[in-house]
Every structure is written in structure tokens, then in C-alpha cells.
Design a protein around this ligand. Structure first.
Ligand code: NAD
Length: 249
């Protein structure tokens, strides 16, 4: 119920917003486990770090999917913009996202307020020397025929900053998310089943400290039982409504 969510958050000024794939479906990007979820078309077991490093054919396939992705042009929606508004209103300690689509940044959240726990599909690096070529530069080389473009600094393997299965989460992201959770006075979860770990530990750490968690999600999550308020609805409608009401108190 939205009224219960507003009541829960009304006097909170250090809210940790935790977002998942569901916040971006209204931007046209499918989630993993919703009814149209990507898991119905892809096998998550295929996307392992070991396979990426050891199988050039898999890398060629992956770069093809990357640069042909219909989601590269996705734009932030009203939910991303409402989260930025909550930050601008001084209600948030920060935003931790599992998404790799860069849409929170595109909606105006700066690097100090945002932690991308699973990385960012628009950032590329060399797994050997750490060089960070521009996305557009690698895309141009790929279009010119370099189907598995190597690092121009050291010849190493290039990879997007997306965290694959079997790959460690970026350490700085983990530390910053933990610090936010340790001083948050509430968690607001938007569009996540809360079933991917260790990311899901972030809002749960807020609950463990005795602070309330509000969940805005279409359908059930794995941790509904821990929520002080549940709003079953569309993020693009509910989050702006929450921000409007919180702006009034
Ligand atoms: P998930 O797919 O497990 O869960 C998404 C949840 O959001 C579902 O319960 C779904 O019903 C709900 N939902 C869908 N549209 C919604 C909307 N408009 N409003 C409210 N709720 C909505 O997603 P997850 O928990 O984030 O875990 C999936 C993993 O997949 C994450 O690790 C993430 O990195 C990755 N992923 C990212 C993207 C992206 O970057 N946009 C897309 C797909 C998957």
C-alpha cells in the first residue's frame, strides 16, 4: 500500500534506494525473472568469466550482442527521474543498483550518489593491463571488422565492465554499498526479486540494523516478509508518486 510506504519513509532522510531490472522495464529493457524475462531466452550458466576468457568464439558472440543490442539507446523513465529527485531533495544516502544499463546516471545521478554493483555495459576495460578504451572507439573497430577487439595497449582481452558469473564484484562498489547500508535509516527497493546475492544483502543489511524496508515491485520478491510496506505496482507510477508525497513533508 502506498500510504503505508509514505508513512514509513516520511521522517527518513538517509534512505538507501536499491534498484533492480524492474526499474528499467518501462524503458524497454526486459528484466530477468519477470514474465517476459531474459532468463526464458538465455541460460545464465553460459555467462561465466572463465568461458569469456578461454573461448574466443564466445567473445565474438558477446561483442556482436553488445553492439547490436536493441537496448543501447534506452532512455531513463519516470522512476529513474524520481529517484534522482529524491536525491536532490536530500532524502537519500545513496542509490545501489544491480543494473548495468547506466540509466540512473543518464537520469542525472552523479558518481558520489550511485553504486553500480554489477558494473556497466557501456564501460570497457582490458582484463590484463586495466586500460579503459572508450566504448565508441571499440565499437568503431568492431564495425571495421575486429570481431574480438584486443587491447591496443598490451594485446590483452577487452571486456565490458559487466560482472559475469564467477567474477568478483568490484571491490570499491562492495565497500561503498556496505558503508551506505551501515548508515541508512531505511531501504527502498524498486523492481528487484531480491534473489541475486551478494547484492540482495545490501537492503537486508539495513533491515538487520532494525531499520524499515519498503518494496515497490510488480509481484512477489524473496523478502516480502521483511518489508515494513509493500507496493505492488509499476515503478514508473509508484516512485514518482512517492517522491511527490515525500516532497510535501
Ligand atoms: P529480476 O529480473 O530478478 O526481478 C525484476 C522484478 O521487477 C520482477 O519481480 C518483476 O516482476 C519486477 N518488475 C518488472 N517490471 C517492473 C516495473 N515496471 N515496476 C515494478 N516492478 C517491475 O531482477 P533483479 O532482482 O534486478 O535481478 C536480476 C539481475 O539481472 C541483476 O543482477 C541485474 O544485474 C541483471 N539485469 C539487469 C538489467 C538492466 O541493467 N536493466 C536487465 C536484466 C537483468
Amino acid at each position: 500500500m502506498i500510504e503505508q510506504a509514505i508513512e514509513t519513509l516520511s521522517d527518513r532522510t538517509r534512505i538507501l534506494v536499491f534498484t533492480g531490472a524492474g526499474i528499467s522495464t518501462e524503458s524497454g529493457i526486459p528484466d530477468f525473472r519477470g514474465p517476459q524475462g531474459l532468463w526464458k531466452r538465455f541460460d545464465p550458466g553460459d555467462y561465466t568469466y572463465d568461458r569469456y576468457v578461454n573461448d574466443p568464439g564466445f567473445r565474438i558472440d558477446t561483442w556482436g550482442k553488445r553492439f547490436h543490442s536493441p537496448y543501447l539507446d534506452a532512455e531513463p523513465n519516470d522512476a529513474h527521474r524520481a529517484v534522482t529527485r529524491l536525491w536532490d531533495m536530500g532524502r537519500l544516502i545513496g542509490v545501489v543498483t544491480q543494473n548495468i544499463d547506466g540509466l540512473h546516471a543518464a537520469a542525472g545521478l552523479g558518481p558520489d550518489s550511485l553504486v553500480e554493483m554489477h558494473g556497466n555495459a557501456r564501460r570497457i576495460h582490458c582484463i590484463s593491463c586495466g586500460a579503459e578504451p572508450r566504448f565508441s572507439a571499440v565499437e568503431e573497430r568492431w564495425e571495421a571488422g575486429a570481431l574480438d577487439p584486443e587491447c591496443l595497449e598490451c594485446g590483452g582481452i577487452l571486456k565490458t565492465r559487466v560482472v559475469y558469473f564467477g567474477e568478483q564484484l568490484p571491490q570499491d562498489a562492495t565497500i561503498r554499498a556496505r558503508n551506505m547500508a551501515e548508515s541508512a535509516d531505511a531501504a527502498l527497493v524498486v523492481g528487484s526479486t531480491l534473489s541475486v546475492y551478494p547484492a540482495a544483502f545490501v537492503p537486508l543489511a539495513v533491515v538487520d540494523r532494525g531499520e524499515p524496508m519498503v518494496i515497490v515491485n510488480r509481484g512477489r520478491t524473496d523478502h516480502d516478509a521483511h518489508a515494513a510496506a509493500l507496493v505492488d505496482g509499476d515503478a514508473g507510477t509508484v516512485v514518482p508518486a512517492l517522491a511527490d508525497r515525500l516532497a510535501q513533508n
